[in-house]
Design a protein around this ligand. Sequence first.
Ligand SMILES: Nc1ncnc2c1ncn2[C@@H]1O[C@H](COP(=O)(O)OP(=O)(O)O)[C@@H](O)[C@H]1O
Ligand SMILES: [Mg+2]
Length: 261
Amino acid sequence: MATTTTLAKADESVEYAARLEHVSKSFATPGGQQLVLDDITLDVAPGEFVTLLGASGCGKSTLLNLVAGLDRPTTGSIATDGRPALMFQEHALFPWLTAGKNIELALKLRGVAKNDRRDKAEQLLELVRLKGAYDKRVHELSGGMRQRAALARALAQESRLLLMDEPFSALDAITRDVLHDELTRIWQETGVSVLFVTHNVREAVRLAQRVILLSSRPGRIAREWEVGIPQPRRIEDAPVAELSLEITDVLRGEIRRHGQH
Ligand SMILES: Nc1ncnc2c1ncn2[C@@H]1O[C@H](COP(=O)(O)OP(=O)(O)O)[C@@H](O)[C@H]1O
Ligand SMILES: [Mg+2]
């Protein structure tokens, strides 16, 4: 495993941003051990944008938590290039701090000197197009602005791997579209690697270089697609819609096979 540095750029000398080898995860339930993830082997390359797609309950969050180091696999191994940053559906900003101070806290935890924090926080707010929101409290921000601030806070960690768990699924469609554009731009500008979880097929295709489809009960890699459509894409683009249809058919087959929904 590579050592942690504070560079957000993809490091050519490192083979992977994340490497999962034969990862399985079971939980103890009243009915016995429940196998949630079964034999997941997967690399995220430095600078790559991968989406992990699957029906709800298939184990996406479980897998992301394992990569984040919040839980341990039952069998198999996981390695990441440094400590990943995390972003969830809920922004998880501290409500008693301003947007700027939330970001400064992340900078402080990373060891950034006090005198440099304000400037860096302002730069990060500018990167997510929240310039001028430094003094705003969380309740003064719209849902989209909160997720922008949460993204800025995740980026403040300068991890080379960003883990995102359905970060835009509580937003309205227009705000989500805008944030897709912003995330694509930021990914291209920073060179950060992204592992993005979603149950939304179009979102997966809109964003990713590679879409990995998880089956349900247990979660296994069912199929994967390389997405060669040039960025920036739009969710309405014909090639995005076409590939989404193909993936949806496979996903429906998976869901039918497991008798859910
Ligand atoms: N800590 C836990 N203990 C027991 N079961 C869990 C735990 N975490 C998740 N599960 C189960 O694992 C399955 C996958 O959950 P999750 O990873 O949240 O799915 P997804 O994010 O794809 O919707 C579900 O059946 C859920 O009930
Ligand atoms: Mg989930």
